[in-house]
Write a protein that binds this ligand. Structure first.
Ligand code: CA
Length: 565
């Protein structure tokens, strides 16, 4: 059930041919602009005594995956020796590539290349340089910065801008590859960072294309973000539920040990181990995903009332017996009284805001007591299924109330406050009232303001659907999630995805997602058959990911029930 339709619609994918045509036409003009910048860069590129000093201060604790130009073999070697002195040497070698930790540069948007409706203005106060760009409103309205960096490594990209009315998102590409979203809020020019983006020495095209459009773009600032920080992977394995079951604790310990060293492969399939997605992946790659993604959707009372019957609990027990990891989402169909059940908004789409008139604000502030009781009824129905799983000793990566900030699901339609109250209610009802302890709590609210607090969250996840055949690591999203935490470090996971990221890029970018969870149906298989679809992920990339020694598949998992002994 591709829930993230909003995200998919926002992300535009441009065919390679089209991009190349665009690049050719713009090349000459850019070359002229570059000439000016190059003088600055040549100076910055010079390996300075300062840099050498900084190199000697790097300890093995501060470094890990080297950033610079390593081959796959280097990465493999490094992965095996994570946390050893070898890592420090790797980072030193990347800094020798003229990477200057003090590097920064500002390029005014009004001096970049732009097409279509984009034009220079200077009416709104607070810009730098001689103005800003406006008019990004059609797909053909594109802004391109041509930049040159002095050394291979990680850089923060700051798109200083302001929306013409409030919050806006726009898509950013580097050399044609989608790398993430520039977000801006407020009514004054503000910094908008994509953090720790990997750039190789030399020239790059950084492009902004319309997602929402309607911003004033002031400048692009590029700042070296320094050495790789391996400490982000040092996470406590203590679960937020103090009474967590033995098998939940062991699974968490495994996840914590793997985090930063391996990516766990995951796949949603309502057919379980024998579902079409799993069979197609096995036929194509010779491997099964290590994690099965399931959903309590068909156990929701308002669907059961219409004749739905869930099978996912059986699939979970079966997959656990095969040694796999199970994660559950819950597309929570709103209770019956809130389902208009019209032809255009049928009962079975009642988890979407558009197909229900439920008002979570009124329920959580006490105005709608009946609604509150119905939500409790629904939670209790799911608790019954969770208890079956607990009795079968199946630990669950439990991801309720997902993608809230987007507002397309009713639990996110009233803003963060009632959402957080509902999240905490769910936590309390399951853990304390029902005494259920096989859960590892995966928060997927997708916004800083939606974070319920470190004491309610074991894993922080985000769902990304960047388009078709986008294999970049999505490091900007990974680094953004790190910023949302209170004080603790948490495991960071790509809890849903369309296309699969290239594992080599994730390690290169130091954005090593704990696991990915490719959504079912069209993201993997063709027309609901057992055949792989190449629409989102080409088979070669699927094979690369599933056979990579950086990615864990079902056959490579240890015995999780005795893990840590
Ligand atoms: Ca400017």
């Amino acid at each position: 059930m591709p829930k993230a339709q909003g995200l998919q619609a926002n992300a535009s994918f441009v065919p390679t041919e089209e991009r190349h045509g665009y690049v050719m036409k713009k090349y000459i003009i850019k070359a002229l602009i570059l000439l000016g910048f190059s003088m600055t860069f040549l100076y910055a590129c010079k390996p300075s005594e300062d840099n050498k000093d900084k190199v000697t201060h790097i300890s093995s604790d501060e470094t890990g995956n080297g950033m610079g130009g390593e081959t796959d073999t280097d990465l493999d070697k490094e992965e095996d020796k994570a946390g050893t002195d070898t890592d420090a040497e790797e980072s030193v070698s990347c800094l020798e590539d003229n990477y200057d930790p003090g590097f920064s540069i500002i390029i005014e948007a009004e001096e970049a290349q732009f097409t279509g409706n984009v034009k220079v203005e200077n009416k709104k106060h607070g810009y730098t340089g001689s103005g800003y760009l406006t008019g990004i409103q059609e797909d053909s309205d594109i802004v391109t910065f041509t930049i040159k960096v002095p050394g291979t490594g990680a850089y923060d990209l700051n798109f200083r801008s302001v929306g013409n009315t409030g919050y806006k998102e726009n898509n950013i590409y580097i050399d044609g590859e989608y790398i993430g979203i520039a977000k801006v809020d407020g009514d004054e020019f503000t910094d908008s960072f994509l953090e720790k983006i990997y750039l190789e020495t030399g020239e790059h095209e950084i492009t902004m294309k319309k997602s929402w459009g309607w911003i004033f773009l002031d400048h692009l600032e590029i700042i070296a973000s320094g050495t790789v920080d391996r400490s982000i992977y040092e996470v406590s394995s203590e679960l937020v539920d103090p009474k967590a079951s033995e098998s939940a604790k062991r699974l968490m310990k495994f996840l914590v040990d793997s985090f930063g060293n391996k990516v766990i492969s995951g796949q949603y399939s309502n057919g379980g181990l024998n579902g079409k997605e799993f069979k197609a992946i096995y036929d194509g790659t010779g491997k099964y995903p290590a994690m099965l993604g399931l959903d309590f959707i068909e156990y929701t009372p308002s669907r059961v009332a219409f004749g739905s019957k869930g099978n996912d609990v059986e699939h979970a027990i079966e997959f656990d017996k095969e040694g796999g990891i199970v994660t559950f989402a819950w597309h929570w169909n709103a209770p019956e009284p809130y389902l208009p059940n019209r032809q255009d908004q049928p009962w079975w789409s009642g988890f979407y805001t558009r197909a229900t008139n439920i008002d979570l604000m009124k329920i959580m502030n006490g105005e709608d007591e009946e609604g509150y009781n119905l939500l409790i009824r629904d939670i209790d129905a799911i608790a019954k299924e969770l208890k079956i799983l607990e009795a079968a000793d199946v630990p669950i990566l439990w991801r309720p109330l997902h993608e809230a900030s987007g507002g397309w699901f009713w639990w996110g339609a009233s803003g963060p406050e009632p959402y957080i109250e509902l999240y905490k209610l769910l936590f309390d009802r399951l853990s304390n009232h029902h005494d259920i302890h096989n859960l590892i709590w995966v928060w997927n609210g997708q916004g800083r303001d939606w974070y319920p607090g470190d004491e309610y969250v074991d894993i922080v996840g985000t769902d990304l659907y960047p388009g078709e055949r986008v294999y970049s690591s999505q490091a900007a999203s990974f680094n953004e999630l790190l910023d949302w935490l209170d004080k603790s470090r948490k495991i960071i996971a790509l809890t849903e995805n369309g296309c699969i990221f290239d594992p080599d890029l994730a390690f290169r970018d130091n954005a090593i997602w704990s696991y990915f969870g490719t959504w079912s149906g069209e993201f993997v298989i063709l027309n609901n058959t057992y055949t792989l679809s190449e629409k989102y992920t080409e088979t070669d990339m699927l094979i690369k990911a599933y056979t990579s020694d950086k990615v864990l598949t079902l056959d490579e998992l240890p015995n999780l029930k005795s893990y840590g002994n």
